[in-house]
Design a protein. Structure first.
Length: 359
């Protein structure tokens, strides 16, 4: 029996139910994408179970306590990122993980969550809009982990970390001229950045601009993904009937390109249902932010909801050929561990704000 003053009495079911809906979608599509292997689905279910445990633990933390802990979490995560090049484990040419006994931890995934919390804590105690010196300090807080992650190399995650920080800055009232200046500087540095990229990153960009130039190499991922999505039509080919996925033409079909699997088998109708679940979740998160009484919970709820939606847009744009392939999984649907845990923890923080109405 809950105490009359317990925040759990205000548990936000309209925010939580879309999460369960996305979990159901994940299990259904993964069974098909994973060659009908029940072990893959059970593994994802176990990860969801652990992630939901982190969700409820995060929801139990009051926003004020979260604001006090966030800077320390940032410092620890930054230290972990610094250790990756020294003692991190390497896989597929990238050094991104730290081995802690039987567990592998990807600090960059933790930073995607910790940075918005830390920036929100910092900016919530400043004037609105933030002064120039505050903006510079915030940009340094963003740039340091971005540089460490880009060095792993993991350019996609580095961009996501920068975007998550930029969203918090925008919500905190940073002037639009700041973002115009940053965009101009980024565009001006593109020729220099090209020579700093690794060969596989250059091939991905070339494949993005002209997939047909190398359909068996750099353009293969995008070409096969577009074929799968387009061939699904309005209602799809049917569950377990997708030719691109079942005949293994589609690469990374249980992670980065799972949206293509779903679109092929369930068509535009299935994709609209999936997008509807995402929109309900994000809209509810923004509603929670707008009802918060204090600056910090408002920035956290609005920032994390916006970042979540940004990840969805990046993945779908990547699989449809609107953006280069940057290795961003589809939130709560793609098979994964660290990313799933970080996302559910972040959503748990938003739930905690909803239950306390921003207090």
């Amino acid at each position: 029996m809950l105490h009359p003053d317990s925040p759990w009495r205000r548990f936000d079911w309209p925010f939580f139910l879309p999460i369960l809906g996305l979990a159901a979608v994940s299990f259904i599509v993964l069974y098909s994408a994973g060659e009908q292997d029940p072990g893959l689905v059970l593994g994802q279910a176990a990860r969801f179970g652990i992630g939901l445990g982190a969700f409820f633990m995060a929801a139990a933390i009051p926003p004020r306590v979260l604001g006090l802990l966030a800077p320390y979490a940032y410092a620890v995560t930054l230290g972990m990122l610094g250790l990756v090049p020294l003692v991190g484990s390497e896989s597929m040419g990238a050094q991104r993980w730290l081995e802690l006994g039987p567990w592998s931890i990807q600090p960059s995934e933790i930073m995607k969550l910790v940075l918005p919390l830390t920036l929100a804590a910092f900016l919530s105690h400043q004037d609105y809009p933030p002064r120039a010196t505050v903006q510079i300090t915030a940009l340094i807080l963003i740039a340091v982990p971005m540089a460490l992650v880009a060095n792993q190399p993991d350019l996609g995650t580095a961009v996501l970390i920068g975007a998550s920080g930029g969203i918090i800055l925008f919500l905190a009232g940073a002037p639009m001229r700041l973002f115009v200046t940053l965009g101009t500087l980024a565009a001006a540095s593109l020729p220099t950045l090209w020579f700093m990229l690794h060969d596989y990153q250059r091939r991905r960009l070339i494949g993005f601009f002209n997939p047909s130039a190398d359909p068996q190499g750099a353009g293969y991922h995008i070409t096969q993904s577009q074929i799968a999505i387009g061939s699904g039509g309005f209602t799809g080919k049917g569950w377990l009937e997708g030719t691109q996925s079942q005949l293994e033409f589609l690469p990374e079909r249980h992670t980065d390109f799972i949206f293509a699997v779903m679109s092929e088998e369930f068509g535009l109708l299935g994709a609209m249902v999936l997008l509807g679940l995402y929109l309900i979740l994000v809209f509810r998160g923004m509603t929670i932010a707008s009802r918060s009484r204090e600056m910090y919970p408002r920035l956290v709820a609005g920032g994390l909801s916006s970042v979540f939606f940004f990840y969805v847009v990046i993945n779908i744009s990547m699989t449809t050929g609107l953006l280069p392939v940057v290795g961003v999984p589809l939130p709560l649907v793609s098979f994964g561990g660290s990313s799933l845990m970080a996302l559910l923890t972040g959503l748990g923080f938003v739930m905690g704000i909803a239950m306390r109405r921003g207090r």
